[in-house]
Design a protein around this ligand. Structure first.
Ligand code: SF4
Ligand code: SF4
Length: 359
């Protein structure tokens, strides 16, 4: 049975203390005008009201990490894990993205021990999205601003307090042990406020477009001129991939101190939007143009990932729209893909009819 608690905002530190005593805790923090994910030690550091500019993937899949060091002999990098990882304030889209990344790194033939090490025994405390932004479209990607999928505990902001509800057994166990005493149950008025916040958030999201035809449309559009047009609206800067909670490409590089045999092998986030990403040692590049690269990004997220893992690699967080320097909008791309797929299908039907008439 799930528990719910009322946590007055001034008492949030009690929750953070309980978390930091058991976990390495990450949460949204304001840094130079942006809200980014950082390790936190106290509730004062948290910026829970703001939309996170980076994504929560960095808590489990850091932007750079040392795989091994060498100095004539090779040593495995220390695991750096003294405690399991927890995240507080993950929006439902971000919490859900961790489940998608777990499909890539946590299972199957690309199982990744580095991901597993951080993801094992982790705790995710979601924060319901009371005021979705104009760029949010989680509702069109099978989710919603209070979707509990991926969260162990869900917080709902009710003004002077949060209602905390457990969503998994792990979340339930944590709440029970962290709040053995001084447990304050939410009143009916608190629960009503939480319900209102949910309804308001849902109502504020754009009416549901239907992206269910995207994958079928993409199957017909590999050679389409649409990609040339779409590529004109993109600088290939790669910012969208670094900010995206589901993008997971990386590069591995050796950094050797000049004139020595000492160095380290590092894993670094990379992006399919960079021309260097697929450039081979011979100089050949299978994706030489921006058109090839933008097509790869869309195909990977909305077709190949569906083939491999049964759902699209997009949670509708809208970061790539909100933070793109030239306002590239993935929703517009999806609409154009569907429309172009329809046109291609109609053309094929027309051609078949013509052939029958000619016969
Ligand atoms: S869509 Fe925007 S953020 Fe992404 S690579 Fe193109 S210009 Fe950069
Ligand atoms: S593609 Fe854009 S909207 Fe979708 S998950 Fe990535 S950043 Fe969010």
């Amino acid at each position: 049975m799930s528990s719910s608690l009322r946590i007055a905002k001034p008492d949030l530190d009690q929750l953070v203390s309980a978390l930091t005593s058991r976990y390495r805790l990450f949460g949204p923090v304001d840094v130079d005008g942006s809200t980014v994910l950082r390790e936190v030690k106290s509730a004062d550091e948290l910026a829970l009201g703001a939309a996170l500019d980076g994504s929560v993937k960095a808590a489990f899949f850091p932007q750079t990490e040392t795989l091994l060091t060498y100095d004539g002999t090779v040593s495995e990098a220390p695991s750096g894990r003294d405690k399991p990882t927890a995240v507080i304030g993950a929006r439902p889209c971000d919490a859900r993205s961790l489940l998608l990344l777990d499909k890539v790194f946590g299972t199957g033939k690309y199982w990744d021990p580095l991901w597993q090490r951080r993801h094992d025994d982790s705790l995710v405390i979601g924060l319901g999205c009371s005021a979705p932004l104009e760029t949010c479209f989680c509702n069109l990607m099978g989710s919603g601003p209070f979707d509990a999928e991926g969260s162990d505990i869900m917080l709902t902001d009710i003004g002077d307090a949060f209602v905390a509800e457990s969503c998994t057994d792990k979340g339930e166990r944590f709440l029970k042990t962290a709040y053995k005493s001084q447990v304050q149950r939410p009143s009916q008025a608190d629960l009503d406020k939480a319900g209102e916040a949910r309804s308001k958030a849902l109502a504020s999201l754009a009416p549901a477009a239907n992206y269910s035809g995207v994958k079928t449309a993409l199957a017909k559009l590999w050679d389409s001129a649409l990609w040339d047009e779409i590529a004109l609206g993109c600088l290939s800067c790669g910012a969208c991939a670094y900010l995206c909670p589901t993008c997971h490409c990386f590069d591995v590089q050796d950094e050797t101190a000049p004139g020595t045999q000492q160095g380290r092998r590092v894993r670094i986030w990379d992006t399919c939007q960079s021309a260097l990403f697929t450039k081979e040692a011979s100089g050949h590049n299978p994706r030489p143009s921006a058109k090839d690269r933008i097509r790869q990004r869309v195909m990977h997220k909305f077709s190949y990932f569906v083939d491999n893992y049964g759902e699209a690699a997009c949670v509708g967080c809208g970061r790539c729209i909100r933070l793109c320097p030239v306002d590239f909008d993935v929703r517009v791309v999806l609409e154009r893909v569907i429309a172009e797929g329809r046109r291609t299908k109609d053309k094929e039907r027309g051609t078949k009819k013509d052939v029958r008439h000619a016969g």
